[in-house]
Design a protein around this ligand. Structure first.
Ligand SMILES: *[C@@H]1O[C@H](CO)[C@@H](O)[C@H](O)[C@H]1NC(C)=O
Length: 235
């Protein structure tokens, strides 16, 4: 047995090391009928390194609890009437504003899993490509988003510019909503309305941990709370 465990460990090597917290968790996944999903909100800026890191961590989180979560992005920026295209100043420049608009439009019009694939695709291109029209079009294609038919294209600008009226309005609304949530740093993680963690250079204010395992556990806890009232009540 010992020999087997050791050879398994060496077989899986780096993967086992990286995913160790996941391997030891064996909790059964209870899904309720007509369940309430746990709102998870990431306060981000599309070209921010901290945002890319959080979104990569949550890619792993979603692999465990995708069907329990309602994930959304909310964007950090400064309302600014002097900004010609967006009416918002984005810390990493107008390309970031465009990237934010692209992600907001896809979030609004594409199915959740396609939206997430779109964000991961943008991030995978590298920060300096996020927000470029060709990146948006390419990622819409690879995430199997019907650019013209779904509404995402019209919202963003069919050319991918991020400058169409609807998308710009979504950006301005998102920036306002972010402020109302009290979010100032990218990336800020909120689970079921509570700020649970920030990554700003390093992890900060993460009382209940900041590993994939920690976020999965917190989501499972909130899911149980949100759905316990009806547990066993209806036929
Ligand atoms: C508002 O936008 C203008 C035009 O881009 C810029 O020069 C100015 O610095 C911005 N103000 C703030 C507070 O970001």
């Amino acid at each position: 047995m010992i020999r087997l465990s050791l050879s398994l460990l060496s077989l899986f090597g780096a993967a086992a090391a990286a995913y160790q917290p996941l391997l030891v968790q064996s909790e059964p996944q209870v899904i309720f009928k007509d369940d309430v999903k746990v709102p998870v909100t990431l306060g981000v800026m599309s070209r921010c390194p901290d945002a890319l890191l959080c979104e990569s961590v949550f890619d792993h989180v979603l692999k465990r609890v995708a069907n329990k979560v309602d994930l959304s992005l909310t964007f950090i920026g400064t309302p600014n009437a002097s900004e010609p295209n967006f009416g918002v100043t984005c810390m990493h420049g107008p390309e970031e504003c465009a990237g934010n608009v692209q992600e907001l439009c896809v979030m609004k019009y594409a199915p959740a899993e396609h939206f997430w694939e779109f964000v991961q695709c943008q991030n995978y291109q590298g920060r300096e490509k996020i927000g470029l029209p060709e990146t948006a079009l390419q990622c819409a294609n690879s995430a199997k988003i019907d650019w013209e038919g779904s509404g995402a294209g019209t919202c963003t600008g069919l050319d991918g510019s991020g400058k169409a009226a609807e998308g710009v309005q979504l950006l301005q609304d998102s920036v306002k909503a972010t402020r109302e949530l009290g979010i100032q740093k990218s990336c800020t993680i909120m689970i079921n309305g509570k700020q649970v963690c920030i990554h700003d250079g390093t992890w900060k204010q993460c009382e209940n941990g900041h590993s994939v395992h920690d976020f999965v556990r917190q989501i499972n806890e909130e899911y149980r709370k949100l759905n316990s009232e009806t547990d066993g009540d209806d036929d």
